[in-house]
Design a binder for this molecule. Structure first.
Ligand SMILES: [Zn+2]
Ligand SMILES: [Zn+2]
Length: 347
């Protein structure tokens, strides 16, 4: 597991076996994600797929441009995909019938883009190397008015992303900012696999269309890793899912006192505190104390709020909850950061 970024300004984590590499969420600009991957020693070209937990900006900000650049499939639940499409095209009201038409049109557009790319490749091959100038400047991935709820201190990346967008998909992207090279659907509670990694998606309580956490099981290595952030509380299905994992990325979003006294407007405080908001240090510690099976090698505390938490407070609460179960071989607690990748956790 390599956490590239974690927090309300952007989330992205690589989960990899020896054969398969999955990017969970793409909540920074494409450019910033590529930068973080370089810092962390991750080769973007080696990524197999992108997997999305939910459609909030801090989880999808760079998704479209990155997926188009890497030409890899994006795995969503259908409601999450639909909510994301609606978020990027806010002026459109879309009935379910219209949505189905949209999905069909996307499929056709994808086929056209593939055919165009193949034709271009054939043309270049026929012309021989060096005979073709650079692709013309395209339109940056801007002009997209983003709405939809996001974490309150999320800001859209300021830098232009045009250099991330491959020439052959720019036209399709201009016509449809939600254009993706390939979309796959999964459903919460239904296991599926990407390469040699089995994935168990579980529903989490959060104010998004169909938010999910994941347990990843690398079949050949017999290792299990889980990602569970953005949840208002830990319901029984999540407690159940998190049993027997070797690495657990768990939210420890805010300190209750800091949130109550902090800068957020009252309505946002209520949202964060609600059953569909975020886990406090206290709630996470309660889980670690009462429900967690103690079997993980490493617990990564993530999605820490920069306004309403301090790394030291989150760590202290978790360490107190783990108590004497913390050893050299197990229950190491580390903090994922917002602005730099975490040292890869290799088992
Ligand atoms: Zn989030
Ligand atoms: Zn969220």
């Amino acid at each position: 597991m390599t956490v590239l970024a974690s927090g309300s300004k952007g989330n992205s984590t690589v989960i990899a076996s020896s054969k398969t590499r999955i990017l969970v969420d793409a909540g920074l600009s494409c450019r910033e994600l590529l930068k973080r991957m370089a810092v962390a020693g991750e080769d973007p070209a080696a990524l197999t797929a992108i997997l999305i937990t939910h459609e909030h900006q801090d989880h999808v900000a760079g998704l479209a441009v990155l997926a188009r650049r890497l030409k890899i499939p994006v795995f969503f639940t259908e409601p999450t995909h639909r909510a994301w499409v609606r978020m990027l095209t806010p002026r459109t009201t879309m009935s379910y019938a219209k949505w189905l038409d949209h999905v069909q049109a996307e499929k056709e557009e994808r086929a056209r883009a593939v055919a165009a790319a193949q034709a271009l490749t054939a043309e270049i091959l026929a012309e021989g190397p060096g005979s073709r100038a650079q692709a013309p400047e395209g339109t940056p991935d801007e002009g997209v008015e983003l709405s939809g709820e996001a974490d309150p201190d999320f800001e859209l990346p300021a830098e232009a992303e045009e250099s991330c967008e491959p020439g052959e998909t720019r036209a399709a992207a201009k016509a449809d900012p939600t254009f993706l090279p390939e979309v796959e659907y999964f459903r919460a509670g239904h296991e599926f696999c990407i390469g040699d990694i089995d994935i168990n998606p579980f529903t989490i309580p959060h104010d998004a269309a169909d938010p999910c956490g994941f347990v990843f099981h690398a079949r050949t290595e017999s290792i299990r890793m889980a990602v569970a952030t953005d949840l208002g509380y830990i319901p029984p299905n999540v407690k159940q899912a998190l049993r027997g994992v070797d690495v657990l990325l768990l939210e420890s979003n805010h300190d209750l006192e800091m949130l109550k006294d902090g800068p957020y407007p009252w309505s946002v405080k209520q949202r964060v505190l609600s059953r569909v908001g975020h886990l406090s240090n206290h709630a996470t510690a309660e889980f670690l104390l009462r429900d967690y099976d103690g079997g993980a090698h490493t617990i990564v505390l993530g999605h820490l709020s920069e306004s309403n938490n301090l790394p030291a407070l989150a760590k202290l609460a978790a360490e107190q909850a783990i108590g004497e179960r913390m050893t050299l071989l197990g229950n190491r607690i580390v903090l994922a950061a917002q602005h730099e990748p975490l040292e890869p956790i290799c088992l």
